[in-house]
Write a protein that binds this ligand. Structure first.
Ligand SMILES: O=C(O)CCC(=O)C(=O)O
Length: 277
């Protein structure tokens, strides 16, 4: 396993702080990716059928029902848990300044089918949905090469430094302390007009970005499914995060959690019409 010590590579570390993301090339050197893909294929054969293979989309039928069943189980693949908890990921997070890296319950995997636009994520900051410490990161793991042809993510470099951006509710979900808010419930209040950077990465690379960084999905224009894993890591050493009892987005929501420039009690009162905006 090759784990760059980014704090000793000062330039890389500063680049991460400045841009809010970094691509670590050839990160996975052992069998982690192969193991994950092997378990994915095993699961696919069980749920979808014997013809399933994650590398050849035309060798099996994928009904909406089996796709949904498969998708819901992906996050529980034992190899994903192993990858999330690996010494390499922990050490990498420490190198990026997380003092006590801890997993959030929302590590998951995506399957992005060719020409499916329904499940793409528009511009967002993960913090709004996932919560976590102010320095929390998302580790995005492509299982194959990614680019504008087969789909990837785009980022707005440096956008994390603007803090939590104005957001609005787009669903009727009630504001209650134990109700998670998802992408279909909240969106950015304004249109993103900055010039994006497209992430071009190879299988084996790791894309790490701050949860405050603006990013979005791009469509899969190829003929194979784009498979990726997302590991979500928070820092338990953040005192403000501790004061709030380590909130995560699977158990509460942004209307009950404070960040610099975002006072949840004031925002809640506004949403509930208790004070004028
Ligand atoms: O993989 C994608 O298309 C987007 C993933 C993403 O935005 C996220 O996991 O926060």
């Amino acid at each position: 396993m090759c784990v760059a010590d980014l704090t000793s590579d000062k330039r890389k570390f500063e680049e991460f702080e400045q841009d809010g993301y970094i691509i670590l090339r050839d990160f996975w050197q052992s069998s982690e990716l192969g193991e994950l893909q092997g378990q994915l294929d095993e699961l696919g054969k069980l749920v979808v059928g014997d013809g399933f293979t994650s590398k050849a989309r035309n060798s099996y039928e994928l009904t909406l029902e089996s796709q949904s069943l498969l998708y819901d189980r992906l996050r529980y693949l034992p190899a994903l848990a192993l990858m999330s908890g690996s010494a390499a990921i922990r050490q990498m997070c420490r190198s990026l300044g997380l003092v006590h890296p801890s997993l959030m319950g929302c590590c998951n995997m995506r399957l992005d089918k060719p020409h499916d636009t329904k499940h793409l994520f528009d511009w967002h900051q993960d913090t709004v949905y996932l919560l976590g410490s102010v320095n929390a990161v998302t580790v995005w793991v492509p299982l194959q090469d990614v680019n504008l042809q087969c789909g990837t993510i785009q980022v707005i470099p440096g956008s994390h430094r603007r803090g939590l951006l104005p957001f609005k509710r787009i669903s009727e979900k009630p504001i209650e302390p134990y109700i998670p808010f998802l992408q279909r419930d909240i969106s950015l209040a304004s249109t993103v007009t900055d010039t994006p950077v497209t992430i071009n990465a190879k299988r084996g690379d790791l894309v790490v970005f701050k949860q405050m960084l603006l990013h979005r999905s791009t469509p899969n224009l190829g003929d194979q499914i784009r498979w990726s894993a997302q590991l979500r890591i928070t820092d338990l050493a953040d005192l403000e995060y501790r004061r709030q009892r380590f909130p995560t987005g699977d158990r509460t929501n942004i209307f009950y959690v404070d960040y610099p420039g975002h006072d949840s009690a004031t925002r809640r009162a506004q949403e509930l019409g208790e004070v004028s905006e």
